[in-house]
Design a binder for this molecule. Structure first.
Ligand SMILES: [Zn+2]
Length: 395
């Protein structure tokens, strides 16, 4: 057993991080350049396990076992993996981006010496969700780090960070793990049936969290299925527009469901703290605080909705990828083995060139959603491109 067990399919990244943890233990500190450094950038596509890898590294740094660094059993390892170690600070946001006023106290915390172990670890998930002003606050902290502080930044790619931060970090890139590796994790860790685990891992395109949800939550499987059968139901522009409205509504509903309960609890808690519980009209002094909370909650719901839509786009891309696999007679397994009938029909009714155009349309919608285009507009334009077209187009 070790802290690296859940970092699936990443032997290269693990060996770099493991060596760094050993160098850090060796007493050479961060300055010797022997593998340990003060700022790390862990990159990889969503679901590749960036934060799992970062946490495993943090645990190895906190490990107190004299011989087996990253043992996974000692107090340092278990509390870090569990997120309760006093020297570990996890920085994440549920909003579309970090706020500059959230970043300032974090930067000042980073100046503290570790209280229990050898390192204070600042683990920042979604480090790509920073506007430049906020990035500059972080840059200051990374430029002059105290001797026992280490920053672990997680982002999809190095380009998601400003060059001045990037150049101060050592980058560790994760790859998309093999579906087999993800399935093996689901079987070992979550006790899932091996056949279901492999189907789910393929369908999730090796996104560990999504694979787990698909393997354990029948509703998630149903939602995915209804998204993937949309293309075979579209007959014309009218259907396309309706399908777009359905998809955006579904995403909104999911975004709300994911946040509603917490929103109400937070509001009640805030009113209690401010002594305004049960008041029918909020006193002016309280109003601005409530307004601020509501703004944060709205921003959180927006992000949840955007994540759901993005996932739907990734699923649609996988569907057309399968269509293309059949059209090109490539000898690789389908991502959506459970929808083989639909995939075959789409493959028979279109040309490879049309499939590629449709994939482009989905990719464009993804980019536009990422750039804050109104979701309905972006999704409608995409759906219209997905409708059946005359197959007379020449390759
Ligand atoms: Zn340990």
């Amino acid at each position: 057993m070790s802290v690296w067990d859940d970092v699936v399919g990443q032997p290269q990244a693990v060996s770099v991080l493991r060596a760094a943890a050993e160098a850090a233990r060796g007493g050479s500190g961060a300055s010797a350049g022997t593998g340990m450094t003060h700022a790390w950038l862990i990159t990889g596509p969503p679901g590749s396990g960036r934060s799992v890898a970062a946490r495993a590294f943090a645990a190895a740094l906190a490990c107190t076992d004299p011989d087996d660094i990253g043992c996974g059993r000692c107090h340092g390892c278990t509390t870090t993996l569990g997120g309760t170690h006093a020297d570990l600070q996890v920085i994440a946001t549920e909003r579309v981006s970090f706020k500059i006023e959230d970043m300032r106290p974090i930067v000042s915390d980073a100046q503290q010496a570790p209280s229990q172990g050898r390192w204070r670890v600042m683990l920042m998930e979604d480090a790509d969700r920073m506007v430049e002003r906020t990035s500059n606050v972080l840059l200051k902290a990374i430029e002059e780090p105290p001797p026992r502080t280490v920053w672990l930044l997680c982002a999809p790619s190095p380009q998601d960070l400003i060059p001045t931060i990037r150049s101060r970090c050592r980058t560790v890139s994760l790859r998309v793990p093999d579906a087999e590796d993800v399935a093996e994790l689901l079987v070992r860790r979550d006790g899932i049936d091996p056949r279901i685990a492999l189907l789910a891992a393929r369908a999730a395109q090796s996104h560990v969290g999504v694979a787990r949800r698909l393997a354990t939550d029948p509703e998630a499987r149903e939602r995915r299925r209804s998204i993937l059968t949309v293309p075979s139901r579209i007959r014309g522009v009218g259907d396309a527009v309706l399908a777009a409205a359905d998809l955006v509504e579904l995403a909104q509903a999911e975004g709300r469901a994911a946040t509603e309960e917490r929103d109400a609890a937070e509001r009640a808690e805030l009113l209690r703290t401010l002594g305004a519980e049960g008041e029918t009209r909020l006193p002016p002094a309280v109003r601005s605080q409530v307004k601020r909370l509501e703004d944060n909650q709205k921003s959180r719901a927006t992000r949840a909705q955007r994540d759901v839509l993005d996932r739907a786009m990734v699923d649609l891309l996988s569907l057309y990828r399968d269509v293309l696999v059949l059209q090109l007679r490539a000898d690789v397994p389908l991502v959506n083995g459970d929808l083989e009938r639909e995939v075959r029909t789409l493959a028979a009714d279109s040309t490879a060139e049309q499939t590629v155009r449709r994939m482009d349309a989905v990719a464009t919608a993804r980019t536009r959603l990422g750039a804050n285009v109104a979701p309905l507009l972006a999704v409608e334009a995409m759906m219209v491109e997905l409708r059946p077209q005359a197959t007379a187009a020449r390759l």
